[in-house]
Design a binder for this molecule. Structure first.
Ligand SMILES: Cc1cc2nc3c(=O)[nH]c(=O)nc-3n(C[C@H](O)[C@H](O)[C@H](O)COP(=O)(O)O)c2cc1C
Length: 201
């Protein structure tokens, strides 16, 4: 698919068919993360991928907030694949302590203008979201508002790694019981001329 077409199609899809994602398609999506840029070519971030029914179901149970549990309609359209992009701050500090980077003065976290470990995880996430569309799949990115610690513990994620969010993907369901959750129901895309400050503000 042309990149222009992929960009046009990109949107958050939050309801999925209960059908597995072919492993070759998932492999190609994951491979796209390797092509993301990374500060100092650190490539410090890693990914927890849940792609078989039992762990995926455990994941959804762990992040289900008992104060606001999912409805049966929402449960029926949960994504069959979940990817946690995990930022590793220490890997970046170590990289920027190496001889070719030490002069940048970024060997401690306070010296960074922005947390590049998180930025890099976001860059890789975007590539995976786009690659999913190229595979005829749908996806969305969301934050774990509940259960993050339990998820990291259950899947033995080392303490250096912090998830920046979650990518859920699969084949789009015909209807979406979560549609009301989308801010796109209430907000429009900002017109381009309000975003761009060409050659100055
Ligand atoms: C950093 C980030 C966090 C997000 N968190 C959530 C979330 O917790 N739950 C959710 O349903 N969508 C989440 N989204 C998706 C946004 O709501 C969505 O991108 C936005 O409403 C625009 O819609 P679109 O992606 O369909 O264009 C998040 C997106 C980003 C980039």
């Amino acid at each position: 698919m042309e990149l222009r077409e992929i960009l046009k199609r990109r949107k958050s899809v939050r309801a999925f068919q209960q059908q597995p994602v072919p492993s070759e398609a998932l492999d190609r999506i994951l491979e796209s993360a390797r092509h993301a840029p990374s500060a100092g070519f650190t490539q410090g971030n890693e990914y927890l991928v849940l792609d078989t029914p039992a762990p995926v179901e455990e994941f959804w149970n762990l992040i289900d907030d008992p104060d606001e549990p999912m409805t049966s309609e929402q449960r029926a359209v949960l994504a069959p694949v979940v990817i946690l992009p995990l930022a590793n701050r220490q890997a970046y500090l170590d990289r920027y302590s190496q001889p070719d980077k030490i002069a940048a003065g970024m060997d401690t976290a306070e010296r960074w203008p922005a947390p590049y470990w998180d930025i890099d995880a976001g860059m890789a996430s975007m590539l995976m979201l786009l690659a999913a569309i190229d595979e005829g799949l749908a996806a969305y990115f969301f934050g774990m508002a509940y259960g993050e610690r339990a998820v990291l513990h259950r899947f033995s994620v080392p303490t250096d790694f912090k998830p920046i969010g979650v990518i859920a993907l699969g084949y789009a369901a015909a209807t979406d019981p979560n549609a009301a959750l989308s801010s796109t129901r209430r907000r429009q895309h900002r017109p381009i001329e309000t975003l761009i400050h060409r050659n100055g503000w």
